[in-house]
Structures are given as C-alpha cells and as structure tokens.
Design a protein around this ligand. Structure first.
Ligand SMILES: Cc1cc2nc3c(=O)[nH]c(=O)nc-3n(C[C@H](O)[C@H](O)[C@H](O)COP(=O)(O)O)c2cc1C
Ligand code: SF4
Length: 777
C-alpha cells in the first residue's frame, strides 16, 4: 500500500467516517428525539400565533375617521390586521353561519403586546363610547331613541371623555357582533370603553325583541361562553316603553320585555347596571320619564369620567335584594321566577308551537288566532275593542267616525259630499261606475296589523296581529252602519249646493267600500257581513292589507277584492307599512299567491299608493315582478293623500311626499312598459286626474278593442242569486269615453269647482295634478 505524500489522507478520512458512523449508531435515538422535539416546538409556536389572530377579527371597511382620538402616527390596528382579515374573513363567515359551532369563548382579547397596549393607553385618555340599541315596530321607540342620541351628543360636546353616541337598530345588526363579547365593530380600542343603552318597547306577540331576548338567554346559558362575557363593558342601562292601558302593571306584562332585557344584561355584564331601568307608559308621561332617565345616564357618565373607573367597569347598582335574587337565579337556574310575564317560557313555547292560524274558524266559531301569537287558546275574558268610555272612542268620534257596536265604524267621505253637490265623484265612478253619493264607507274592524305612514286613522285606532276582542253580530253592525251613514247624509240636507235628486238617491245605499280604516278581514264573521250587503243588493269592495293570508283564503266572493301593494320590496314595505307581523313579507307574498288563484272567480285589484321618497324611486321593476306573481285583473295607482297629522309627520311624511299627477303618470307609463317587457298583457285603461289616480287593466277586459272596466251590478247580483259559477268578465261593461286614459276622467254630469266653489276649467295635465293634490286636503 502506498503511504507516501497524500497517501495517508484517505486512511484518516476513512477512520473519521468510521468513528462518525459508530457514534451515530450509539446516539441516533437521542439525536432523532431532539430533532423531533425542535420541529414540534416550532409547530406549536406557529399554531398559537394563528389562534391569537382568529380570536380577534376586526371589521373590514371601518374608516379611521369613525374613531375620534385616533392619531395619524398611531399604528392602526386596521392596517396591522388588514391582510390577516382578508385571510380570516372566510373563517369568520363560517363561524357566523354555523349555528352549532363554538362561538367566542371568552371576552374580547386585546391586540398588540402588553407594552404596546400600555403605551397606547398612555398616549390616549380613556373615553366612553355610548352605544344605543333600539327596536321599534311602530315608530315610538325610534323617535325616543333619536331624542336620546341628540341629548347625549350635546352632552358629549361638553365632555371630552364622552364620544358621540352610536345608534343601532336591533332589527338590522348581527347580534353576535355586539352581544357575545362586546362590540366587534367598530374595531375595539383599548382606551375606549363601551356603554350600552337599550331602548326596548314591549310586545306580547312575536317580534324581533323575542330574538334579542333569546340571544341574550342563549349567550348566558351557552356552556362554551363565559356566563358574563359582556363584563368588558363599562356599563349598561335599559329604558322600557309599554302601554299601561292594555298592560296595567308589571305583573300584567307592562314593559315585560324591557325588564327581561335588563335582567339578562345584568347577568351578561356581571351586574354592571349603571343606571336603574326606566319604564315609561306610552300614553302617560313618556317625555318626563325619558328626560329623567337621560339626566341619570349623563350623571353616570360624569361620575365615570371623574372617578376614572371606566377601565374597571362600574359595579352593579341594583340594590342588595335584587342582586341577591339575580345570584340565586343564576345558581338555581330558576330564571322564570325572575321574569314577570315568563317571557322566556313564552319564547320557548312559541318555538314549539305549530301553525296556530289553523285553529281559526269561520262564522264566529273559534276565533282566528294568528300564528305569531303566543297563546294557543282564544282570550279568556273578551273585551270591547273600542269601549265607549275609551280615549280611542273619543278620538275616532272627533275625527267624524260613527262607532258601531264595539269594533266597527262608518264615516261619510268627502267625495260623497262632493257628489251630493254635483261636484264630482271619486275615481271609482270613472273606473267602475260607482257614484260616490251611493256609497257607504265602513269597516267591521277598526283594528289593523299595520301602521302605515299614510294611514287616515291618525294613529288612534287599536293595532294588533290577532283578533282578541268580543265579536259583534254582523246584522247589528250592518244595521248600525246603515243608520250611521244615513244620519250623516241627512245632515247634508241643509248644506248649500246639495242637489235634491242626488240627495234622494243617496237614501238608498248601493255600494259599500270596506276600506275605511283597519283591516276588514280581521273581523271573524266577515263572510256573513258581506252576505248581508249582497242580500240588499249592495256591492262590496273590500281592501285588505296583505297580512292575513288565512283569512284572505277563507273570504267568500266579494264584488271587487283589493290588496294594498304599498312597496315592491321587503325593506320598503317595512318602512312604509310598519307592520306588526315579523313575517310580514312572507304573509304579503302568500296573499299575492291567493289573489292569483282568485282572479278568475272575482275581480282582483292591486292598489298602489305612491308616496314620494318611500315607495316610488327605482321600484317600478319590483312592482312589475309583483304583478307577475299576483296577476291581478286591475292595478290602481294613486298618489298618496296627505292627512297632515302628528302621526304622519312623525313618520317623516310631509307635503313633499305627495306626488303630482304628472309624476303618477310618469310612474304608470314606466310600469306599463315594465309589464310589456315581461310579456304581461296589461294596458293603461282609465284615469281620474282629479284624485290623482290611474287604472291599468288586464287585457281580459279589453273586449272588442274597448276597455270594459265598469261593473254591471245588476248582472253581478243576478248571477249571485242564481248561485252559478261566474267570472269577472261576466259582469263588466264598457268604460265611459270621458274616463278613458287621456280624457281626464271627470264625469261631464258634474261641475268642477275650485276650493271656493267657483267653476273651473283645467286642461293641462300638470295643472290637473297640482289641483288634485291640493284639493285632497
Ligand atoms: C300587539 C301589541 C302588543 C303589545 N304588548 C305590550 C305588552 O305586552 N306590554 C306593554 O307594556 N306594552 C305592550 N304594547 C304596547 C307597546 O309596547 C307600545 O305601543 C310601544 O309604544 C310600542 O313601541 P314602538 O312604537 O316603538 O313599536 C303592545 C302593543 C301592541 C300593538
Ligand atoms: S292597512 Fe289600511 S288601515 Fe291599516 S294602517 Fe294601512 S292604511 Fe291604515
């Protein structure tokens, strides 16, 4: 073997390799274990980082400017988390849509390191962010909430530590974002402490408040969540709105849902009730109670700012007994003892309830009970809907209604007076041949399940989703209504201008418009009532609000059946009709389907009431889609008539919302085009510019190239008497020339006058519209 220069190197190398191999064989178990351990530690570290980020997603789209006090040089959490947010948005979405997935388990987690947070705290003074949550079905609480917000804003202007309040409608927010671990949007900041103010009206029917209460209940009782996950809040307080007239005491349900909300918030926040619950009676000293409560809340804010205990929260202010009760309930799980009307029980029962509408019967047998109602049985003690001595009776009487029995009303309308004086009838004369002085306007139910912004009943009649009153006999209502109507007609005898021929004719009612106020099909014996009308050859025009599908289905034949179509989409309908039913849109859709089924049996009509700023802009296509669903025989489009009451004004309605006739015309022409585009066979048939109303009709009524929108009443009653099957086309006749589209619709047998009774001639369409709008008041 050659061991010369360089010859030893391979030997040494081989020797080293040999040793290395021996050493590996000796220690390979230990070395492998160490490498695996290192890899495991790296994995654990990375996993922990990801979890920390997922538990703190922030709100995408939040503007820096939303947060007072955030300085430009301060590294924004938004910026820091932006890319992670995009990455994590998907995770968050999944979390929201999975009902059984674990929700956030503890309270909000702070962002940044401890040192960073401490620096940030030093840079910014502590501030309090009032967050006002409210819910309102009929507008009262919404108004009060705005008042609270305005007053707190004024207060915040004088206190640098109080931020401008933020308002949240409970119907529109994702409750998970606010009621699991404090607000997730806007992005929480360490120096800002959140204070929740809840304004809650009470309803003994199913509303969004039930959902809110169920959410609070669920959060408190969810084993995956802290029992007090909202303890990060600085505090909370509740203001309840109820009605002592119907719910006279807390035991009987007065403000029951606000009281329940207060209890849950006490539990969820670890009893941080910063100010006692305010309870106000909507028909009592509402303003005074609210004022006192706001003053109390402001004093709490002041104290919190001065004592600097914001970060620590405020201790519960409930007195010793109340706090003890809350603790007891927590321990014993006997919460129902705590909730005066057992709202929780009701919610749970409701969840297990089947469609109770099925128990509704015809002809006064078991009362129709709405499926949104809690109770499965008819009310035990039936009361009068409008008792004689009640303020509602007084208010309606003052408005000119004659109250018939306990729940019906009759009123003579301005067109009846106008027709008696030969000054023109309403659009029903032009479209359907109903002279106004022969028409009685009445309703067998003054109660309604909507609170439409344009409603004529001036917010005074009762609202309800179910019939919960005594039921008057239909014959008594019929007799009472006729008596009331004739009495009012007789009172016109001495009015200057009343024509004797018309006066004599008016003493025989020929038509009945069941559309005055309220919801006629609400009356459980409506079919009997309609039968009585027909028995005296009085035609029946019935207008319903598309909220009672079961009753609509059960309704027997009427001469003309209307459904009010006040908006083309859910959001708009909610705003304009302010329905009490939570499932109002589904009910509305069901009614359209029912109307479609009835279209070959009776004349069906969509009534559109245009309210500028509410249901006109960009809604034509939506309305056309609704027509495609319901396929009504006729579509009446009418500009709203402003009734100038507090109710309409508080709903934000002014003269500016009343469309001019030319605007109604523009809308109708656009709707006509949209129907043609859908291949629907409709056309513009007639108009009555005087009352800002245009009629579109199905071409089923364009017979021999002539519109036949007028009703042949003799034929209708003849067919009814024969008891045969018949269709709407069987009792129609030609529309008079003067009423056809383009001819204005004013009956030449009448004389047009201005407001002072002077005859006038107007040809221009725009002018006509102006006049019509003005004359309606
Ligand atoms: C169908 C219905 C049910 C009601 N239930 C209750 C009730 O159980 N307790 C109560 O105190 N007030 C009750 N009220 C009265 C409302 O709480 C009161 O009208 C309140 O002002 C409504 O507020 P909002 O206009 O903001 O929706 C009820 C009202 C209606 C129409
Ligand atoms: S449906 Fe008729 S009665 Fe009821 S609130 Fe609307 S307009 Fe008034």
């Amino acid at each position: 073997m050659d061991l010369g220069e360089g010859g030893a190197t391979p030997v040494i190398l081989a020797d080293w390799l040999d040793r290395l191999l021996t050493s590996w064989h000796d220690h390979r178990v230990v070395v492998s274990a160490l490498v695996l351990l290192c890899l495991f530690l790296v994995w654990v570290r990375r996993h922990k980082q990801v979890r920390r980020v997922t538990s703190h997603p922030s709100s995408p789209g939040l503007e820096k400017a939303d947060w007072p006090g955030q300085t430009a040089d301060q590294p924004s959490n938004n910026v820091k988390t932006a890319s992670k947010e995009a990455q994590l948005a998907k995770t968050d979405q999944t979390r929201k849509t999975r009902p059984t997935a674990a929700r956030v388990v503890t309270g909000r987690k702070p962002t940044g390191t401890k040192a960073e947070r401490s620096l940030q705290r030093q840079a910014e003074p502590s501030q309090i962010q009032p967050m006002i949550f409210f819910s309102s079905l009929t507008g009262t609480t919404e108004q009060l909430t705005k008042q609270v917000a305005a007053e707190l804003e004024i207060f915040s202007n004088s206190q640098s530590s109080i931020l401008k309040p933020q308002l949240y409608d409970l119907s529109y927010i994702d409750l998970d974002d606010y009621f699991i671990s404090g607000p997730k949007t806007p992005v929480p900041r360490p120096n800002v402490h959140y204070f929740y103010l809840l304004l809650i009206p009470s309803y003994d029917i199913d509303t969004i408040i039930n959902t809110v209460l169920a959410h609070l209940d669920e959060t408190h009782n969810d084993f995956r969540i802290d029992t007090a996950p909202l303890s990060t809040l600085a505090g909370y307080t509740v203001f309840g709105i109820g009605d002592k007239e119907g719910w006279p005491s807390e035991e009987k349900g007065f403000c029951s849902q606000a009281i329940e909300a207060d209890k849950w918030m006490a539990k969820l926040t670890g009893r941080k009730r910063a100010y006692p619950i305010g309870l106000a009676d909507v028909k009592g000293n509402l303003t005074g109670a609210l004022k006192d409560w706001i003053a109390g809340v402001c004093s709490v804010f002041e104290e919190l700012s001065i004592t600097g205990t914001l970060g620590e929260g405020v201790p519960g202010s409930g007195d010793a007994i109340e706090s003890a009760d809350e603790e007891e309930a927590d321990e014993g799980e006997e919460e129902d003892m705590e909730f005066p009307d057992s709202g929780r029980n009701k919610r749970r029962k409701l969840a297990a309830t089947t469609d109770l509408e099925d128990v509704g019967g015809k002809n006064g047998s078991p009362l129709a009970v709405d499926f949104t109602t809690y109770s499965s049985s008819a009310p035990v003690a039936l009361k009068a809907m409008v008792p004689k001595e009640s303020p509602t009776h007084a208010a309606l009487t003052k408005q000119g209604y004659t109250i018939v029995g306990t729940h019906s009303g009759v009123k003579i309308c301005r067109w009846t007076k106008s027709a008696l004086r030969g000054r023109g009838s309403c659009y029903k004369n032009s479209f359907y041949g109903i002279a106004s002085h022969l028409c009685m306007e009445t309703t067998p139910s003054l109660s309604c399940s909507n609170k439409c912004v344009f409603c004529w009943r001036h917010g005074t009649n009762p609202v309800s989703t179910t019939w919960r009153w005594q039921v008057d006999d239909p014959q008594a209502i019929f007799d009472g209504a006729k008596e009331g109507h004739y009495k009012k007609i007789k009172m016109m005898r001495g009015v200057p201008g009343v024509r004797s021929d018309r006066f004599a004719e008016a003493m025989r009612i020929r038509h009945c418009a069941l559309s005055l106020v309220g919801e006629p099909i609400f009356y459980p014996r409506i079919n009997e009532f309609v039968g009585l009308l027909h028995s005296e050859q009085i035609s029946s025009f019935l207008v319903c609000n598309a909220q009672h599908p079961q009753q609509l289905r059960d309704l027997d034949r009427v001469t003309q059946l209307y459904v009010s179509i006040d908006a083309s989409n859910k959001d708009s309908l909610r705003k304009i009709d302010r329905p009490l039913h939570r499932d109002f849109w589904e009910r509305f859709q069901s009614c359209l389907a029912i109307l479609r089924e009835k279209r070959f049996v009776q004349r069906t009509v969509f009534r559109l009431t245009l309210v500028k700023g509410f249901n006109v802009d960009d809604e034509v296509e939506g309305y056309a889609d609704l027509v495609a669903k319901g396929l009504p025989c006729f579509i009446e489009v009418k500009g709203v008539t402003f009734c100038g009451t507090n109710v309409s004004s508080s709903a934000g309605l002014t003269m500016g919302n009343v469309p001019f006739y030319h605007e109604v015309v523009t809308f109708v022409e656009a709707l006509d085009k949209a129907l043609v585009k859908r291949g629907l066979d409709y056309g513009i048939a007639a108009e009555h510019a005087h009352s800002c109303c245009v009629l579109l009709a199905s071409k089923r009524f364009l017979i021999n190239d002539k519109w036949h929108t007028v009703i042949d009443y003799d034929k209708f009653f003849g067919l009814l008497k024969q008891g045969v099957e018949f269709a709407p086309e069987d009792y129609c006749k030609p529309t008079p020339e003067w009423a056809l589209w383009g001819n204005g619709g004013f009956d030449p047998r009448d004389v047009r006058v201005d407001r002072k009774g002077r005859p006038k001639e107007l040809n221009d369409t725009v002018q006509r519209g102006l006049a019509a709008a003005v004359e309606d008041f």
